[in-house]
Ligand binder design. Structure first.
Ligand SMILES: NC(=O)c1ccc[n+]([C@@H]2O[C@H](COP(=O)([O-])OP(=O)(O)OC[C@H]3O[C@@H](n4cnc5c(N)ncnc54)[C@H](OP(=O)(O)O)[C@@H]3O)[C@@H](O)[C@H]2O)c1
Length: 281
């Protein structure tokens, strides 16, 4: 009799231990508190400056939970100031070429729904080192890693978060410079152009891989925007078609809102520009 009640107590204790183990595993992630669980959440790479910053700011103004990632939060003064004005912004460290960091952040956010994941981070790369006659391999590798591989790895790592959300969208920032029809007559920016063309193909393939999770993977393009990247290209920031960061970001937010299975099918995977124009392949 005594032995059977001991077994019973042991069983209950063991069961409680299992349960508590579960809740410990869960509480590992409890430091992640999105501002308001009833609001949608956007996750943005490269949000300390340029278009990524514009997207973080304008999503924050709309009241979304914003997970604003950047390589060096310590040095992201403007973003930190923005986050102090908008408590719905969470700043996280993320270099999209640091695979351990991607996994660590994905682990931290396990179970947190992300409605829209924006692969925005990108680099032009040294212009001279990607000019015919002085093509440099390490520059090629760096540009491809950041612009083409990084977005796929981030998409892969956070796909389950996106699948948990209502909107289920992964959007990746390409460029008209990745379009053969647009750039057929120029030989500048080899690696940047190749990286965006590669990204385009990866995003389309990812759309098929993620279909069973109900996730849409789509391409967006920001227009010519007055950022450091455009300046480094040598294009005049005062050029006739150049738009401000806010103009681009607000347009992109509308574009992202309108992305759905029908638009994806209709565009046959082509990128939608910030002004709703379709970028040809
Ligand atoms: N501006 C345009 O006219 C234009 C046109 C077409 C497409 N785009 C695309 O738009 C996106 C944003 O460009 P932008 O014009 O805003 O350029 P930007 O002002 O130069 O900003 C680039 C952002 O990407 C981040 N970044 C670079 N390497 C990274 C890495 N390894 N991991 C994480 N973040 C990284 C930068 O962070 P750090 O501050 O740490 O360097 C910065 O936040 C890019 O994908 C670009 O190709 C821009």
């Amino acid at each position: 009799m005594k032995e059977s009640s001991n077994i019973k107590i042991f069983s209950i204790a063991f069961f409680c231990f299992l349960l508590s183990g579960n809740s410990i595993a869960h509480s590992d992630h409890s430091d992640v508190k999105v501002h308001d669980q009833n609001r949608p959440t956007v996750f943005i790479t490269g949000s300390n400056r340029g278009i990524g910053f514009g997207l973080a700011k304008n999503y924050a103004i709309k009241g979304w939970n914003v997970i604003a990632t950047c390589r060096s939060p310590d040095r992201a003064e403007e973003l930190k100031k923005l986050a102090s004005d908008y408590p719905n912004i969470l700043i996280e460290e993320l270099d999209v070429t640091d695979l351990a960091e991607i996994d660590e952040l994905a682990n931290k956010y396990e179970g947190v729904p992300i409605d829209v994941l924006i692969n925005n981070a990108g680099i032009l790369g040294d212009v001279q080192a990607q000019s015919f006659g002085s093509l440099d391999q390490s520059t090629f590798e760096k540009v491809m890693l950041v612009n083409a591989y990084g977005p796929l790895k981030v998409g892969e790592a956070f796909a389950d978060n996106v699948a948990l959300s209502d909107q289920k969208k992964i959007v990746s920032m390409t460029s008209g410079l990745g379009s053969m029809q647009i750039t057929g007559n120029t030989d500048r920016f080899y690696f940047y152009r190749m990286s965006k063309a590669a990204l385009n193909m990866g995003v389309i393939a990812m759309n098929v891989s993620l279909k069973s999770k109900g996730i849409l993977s789509a391409l967006i393009a920001p227009g010519m925007v007055e950022t450091a990247l455009l300046e480094a290209s040598g294009y005049p920031l005062s050029g006739p078609v150049v738009v401000t960061i806010d103009q681009s970001a607000l347009g992109l937010i509308e574009v992202i809102e309108e992305i759905n299975p029908t638009t994806n099918r209709k565009n046959r995977g082509k990128a939608i520009n910030y002004d709703k124009g379709i970028i040809p392949w």
